[in-house]
Design a protein around this ligand. Structure first.
Ligand SMILES: *[C@@H]1O[C@H](CO)[C@@H](O)[C@H](O)[C@H]1NC(C)=O
Length: 298
């Protein structure tokens, strides 16, 4: 074997070993709710109905079941497309895929919300986060954790009212000042915010009547994720999100699944490359065997 072949083999093996040793075991979790007739639903929406059409054994002997679902686009855990609040902006089907599989960060305002249930993520909160944790990754989704998920299932506690009277709505949200930082982030820092998400019924907090945060973000083609579930297992940054809305043509919104992939230091071998040195050696055995065989070949 010539020197070049030996060199490239050794080089490749070193790279593979380095890659394996820095590989991180990950785990995935769903940060949305299942869709049911009991799901959170904006008070003026029609009720969510899941109607059974057929369910049972057919005369031919096989099982058959099928349902009809009737609901507003903006039901349960859902995505607000930019077209919801901005004429000509992206509808659900026009949001590029590379805006849906992206890095996420969490901005936590639970302490504020514990003192004031109408509290908002403000521009100051965002600047403090950036000072502490560094710039946002490019194509980021900013998740806002208010702690409101603990109220999910109790409509009065979650919306502030179990009536259709929207002036009684009470829950935390995102202030338009914070929204302006997100919409202007690309121009100022060269990195784009593609979406925001939160564990409440709406981006604008309950008392809002003119929805300035929705409008500001929609105009910048930034989508919103509403009625997200508990985010307690998410790190502050360094995780990926897969946002999968129903691909409704011209949709102003759609039910969505949001899957987070987070680093898992306790993960086992079955979920990814091993983290223990002995495990890594085992993992690399085929590669090492090949190398030794080739090097010892006359
Ligand atoms: C739901 O929340 C309301 C308001 O916080 C509270 O008064 C009520 O007791 C709760 N209901 C249940 C079943 O926990």
């Amino acid at each position: 074997m010539d020197t070049y072949a030996r060199f490239s083999l050794v080089f490749t093996t070193v790279i593979v070993i380095l890659q394996a040793s820095r590989a991180v075991v990950t785990r995935t979790l769903d940060i949305g709710y299942t869709l049911s007739e009991d799901s959170a639903n904006w008070p003026t929406n029609r009720p969510i109905e899941i109607i059974s059409l057929v369910k049972g054994l057919t005369p031919k002997g096989f099982w058959y079941e099928a349902n009809v679902i009737c609901m507003n686009e903006h039901s349960s855990t859902h995505l607000d497309a930019p077209s919801h609040f901005s004429e000509g902006a992206w509808s659900v089907d026009r949001i590029p895929l590379n805006h849906l599989i992206v890095p996420g960060v969490v901005m936590d305002i639970q302490e504020k919300v514990a003192k004031d249930s109408l509290a908002e993520l403000t521009a100051e909160d965002v600047m403090a986060w950036l000072d502490k944790h560094g710039p946002l990754p490019d194509r980021a989704i900013v998740l806002v954790r208010t702690g409101w998920a603990s109220r999910y299932g109790n409509k009065t506690a979650y919306f502030g009212t179990d009536t259709k009277i929207t002036s009684k709505l009470a829950f935390p949200g995102i202030n338009v000042g914070a929204a302006r930082i997100f919409s202007g982030y690309e121009e100022k820092y060269g990195r784009r915010v593609v979406g925001v998400g939160l564990d409440t019924p709406s981006q604008d907090h309950g008392p809002s009547t003119h929805y300035p945060t929705h409008i500001e973000l929609a105009a910048a083609n930034i989508y919103g994720l509403e009625n997200l579930a508990d985010m307690s297992e998410l790190p502050t940054k360094g995780f990926q999100l897969m946002v999968m809305p129903m691909n409704v043509k011209g949709g102003s919104g759609a039910p969505v699944r949001v899957i987070a992939t987070i680093p898992d230091p306790d993960g086992d071998l079955s979920s990814g490359p091993p983290t223990h040195p002995l495990g890594q050696l085992l993992y690399l055995t085929p590669c090492l065997t090949l190398l030794v065989t080739l090097l010892l070949r006359p």
